[in-house]
Ligand binder design. Structure first.
Ligand SMILES: Cc1cc2nc3c(=O)[nH]c(=O)nc-3n(C[C@H](O)[C@H](O)[C@H](O)COP(=O)(O)OP(=O)(O)OC[C@H]3O[C@@H](n4cnc5c(N)ncnc54)[C@H](O)[C@@H]3O)c2cc1C
Length: 384
C-alpha cells in the first residue's frame, strides 16, 4: 500500500473502531474522508459476544442473535424473575457485527491493514502511527488500543474475568424466554462470583462463569466450575460445547482519558476512552451513545472532545462509588446486587446501570444499599 496519509486513522478495528467507521460512513459531512483502519488481527472470528439492554432499536437490530424479555436474578436469599416492560436484553455475536460493518461501509474511502501498532505520536498538524510494517499520518487518530491506558493495579482495579461455554443438548433443556443475569448461589471465596446463563433456544445456551477479583484463576478452574454448574445446577450430563469465550475487562477507578497527547489529535475511544461502565464491565451501548456524539461534533467541524454534562458526571460518580465499595470489600458484591434487585423495580436497576434512570430511581437505589460504606466511597470518589 503506497498511500500513507489519511484524514482519519482508526487505531484498533474492534467494536468501537468499526462502529466509528460506520457512523462516519452515514454522516454526509464526513462520508468522503479517507480512512485507514489498523488492527493487529483480521477480525473475522467470533472473538466475543456482546449483551446489552436497550429500549429502542438501532442499526444493528438485524444482527441480534437472541433476545429476552424476562430476566432472572438469583442469590442465596433472593430468586426473582422479572418481565422487562421497556427494555429488551439482546445478544450480538461479534463476527456478525464485524462482517456487517465492513459490508455497510463499502462505498467509503477506507483501507484496512493488519499490522501491530507500536506507537502513536501527537503533533501540531495531526498524529502519526508507527506499526511493525510502516508509518502513517492523519489529522486525527481514534485509538482503541491500550497504548494510553492509565496505570491499573489492585488498588484501583478489579478484573472482571470470565469463561463462557455455548452448549447444545439433544433434548429440550432450556427455557429460552428467560435469561439469568446473575446467579450468585456459588462460593464467593475467590471474589465476587456468579453464573450468567443465556438460553438462545430450548437446546442451546451460553453459560458464563464470571468473577470480579484482583487476580485471574488458573485456566482449569473456570472449566471445573462450569462443568460442575452445568452438571449439578442445570442437571445436564449430556451436552456438547460448541464455542467458548474467555475475557478480562478492567473495572477501574483510574482515569481513562478521552484525549491523548499535547495537541489533542489522538482521541481515545471504546474501553481505552473510558466508555466501559466500570462497576459492571458493560460497554456496548456506551460505545454507541458516545460515538454518535463524537461524529456529530466532527460533522460540525469541532474537535471531538466534548466536556461531559452534569448528568454524565453524576452517573460517572455513581459508577465510581459502586466500584469503590466493591474494591473496598466493606460489603460483599453478592449482598449489594441482592439488595438492589430485592428492594427496587429490577427494570429501574437496569435503567440506573445504563445511565438512564430518573432522580427518583436514584433516590430509591441509594436507599436500598448500606449507607455508611456508600457514603464513605461516595465522598472519596467526589474528591479524587
Ligand atoms: C470476551 C468478551 C466479552 C464481552 N462481552 C461484553 C458484553 O456482553 N457486553 C458489553 O457491553 N461488553 C462486553 N465486553 C466488553 C467490551 O464491550 C468489549 O471488550 C469491546 O470489544 C470493547 O470495544 P473496544 O473497541 O474498546 O475494544 P476491542 O473491541 O477489543 O477493539 C480494540 C482492537 O484493537 C486491536 N489492538 C489492540 N492493540 C493493538 C495494537 N497494538 N496494534 C493493532 N491493533 C491493536 C485489537 O485487536 C482489537 O481489535 C466483552 C469483552 C470481552 C473481552
Amino acid at each position: 500500500m503506497s498511500k500513507t496519509h489519511f484524514d482519519y486513522i482508526i487505531a484498533g478495528g474492534g467494536l468501537s473502531g468499526l462502529s466509528l467507521l460506520y457512523y462516519i460512513s452515514k454522516e454526509p459531512a464526513l462520508m468522503n474522508k479517507s480512512i485507514l483502519v489498523i488492527d493487529a488481527v483480521e477480525k473475522n472470528q467470533n472473538d466475543r459476544t456482546w449483551c446489552f439492554w436497550e429500549k429502542d432499536q438501532d442499526f444493528y437490530e438485524p444482527l441480534v442473535y437472541a433476545r429476552w424479555n424476562r430476566l432472572k436474578f438469583e442469590s442465596p436469599t433472593l430468586n426473582r424473575t422479572f418481565a422487562l416492560r421497556d427494555y429488551a436484553y439482546k445478544l450480538i455475536r461479534s463476527v456478525d457485527y464485524y462482517r456487517f460493518i465492513k459490508e455497510a461501509v463499502s462505498k467509503v474511502d477506507v483501507q484496512y491493514v493488519t499490522e501491530t501498532i507500536q506507537s502513536i505520536v501527537d503533533s501540531p498538524q495531526g498524529a502519526s502511527v508507527k506499526t511493525n510494517v510502516s508509518e502513517y499520518s492523519s489529522t486525527l487518530v481514534f485509538n482503541s488500543t491500550g497504548l494510553f491506558n492509565p496505570t491499573l493495579d489492585p488498588s484501583n482495579t478489579l478484573l472482571q474475568h470470565f469463561e463462557g461455554w455455548f452448549i447444545r443438548t439433544n433434548h429440550a433443556a432450556f427455557d429460552s424466554s428467560v435469561g439469568t443475569l446473575m446467579d450468585f448461589t456459588l462460593s464467593q471465596a475467590k471474589g465476587i462470583t456468579f453464573m450468567y446463563i443465556l438460553p438462545t433456544s430450548a437446546h442451546e445456551a451460553l453459560v458464563e462463569y464470571t468473577l470480579f477479583s484482583e487476580a485471574l484463576l488458573e485456566k482449569e478452574e473456570y472449566k471445573k466450575a462450569l462443568s460442575h454448574y452445568i452438571e449439578h445446577n442445570l442437571k445436564l450430563n449430556n451436552y456438547e460445547i460448541t464455542h467458548t469465550e474467555f475475557g478480562v475487562i478492567p473495572m477501574s477507578t483510574a482515569k481513562f482519558k478521552p484525549v491523548a497527547g499535547k495537541y489533542s489529535n489522538i482521541i481515545n475511544i471504546g474501553t481505552a476512552g473510558g466508555y466501559t461502565k466500570a462497576s459492571t464491565g458493560y460497554t456496548f451501548k456506551f460505545v454507541h451513545k458516545k460515538l454518535k456524539k463524537i461524529v456529530s461534533l466532527l460533522a460540525s467541524g469541532k474537535k471531538p472532545d466534548s466536556t461531559p454534562s452534569l448528568r454524565e458526571k453524576m452517573f460517572h460518580w455513581y459508577d465510581m462509588t459502586l466500584l469503590d465499595v466493591l474494591l473496598s470489600k466493606k460489603v460483599g458484591g453478592e449482598q449489594i446486587f441482592t439488595n438492589l434487585f430485592k428492594k427496587n423495580d429490577p427494570e429501574r436497576v437496569l435503567a440506573f446501570l445504563a445511565d438512564e434512570s430518573t432522580h427518583l430511581d436514584e433516590f430509591k437505589i441509594r436507599n436500598s444499599v448500606p449507607l455508611a460504606p456508600f457514603a464513605q466511597s461516595g465522598i472519596k470518589q467526589l474528591f479524587s
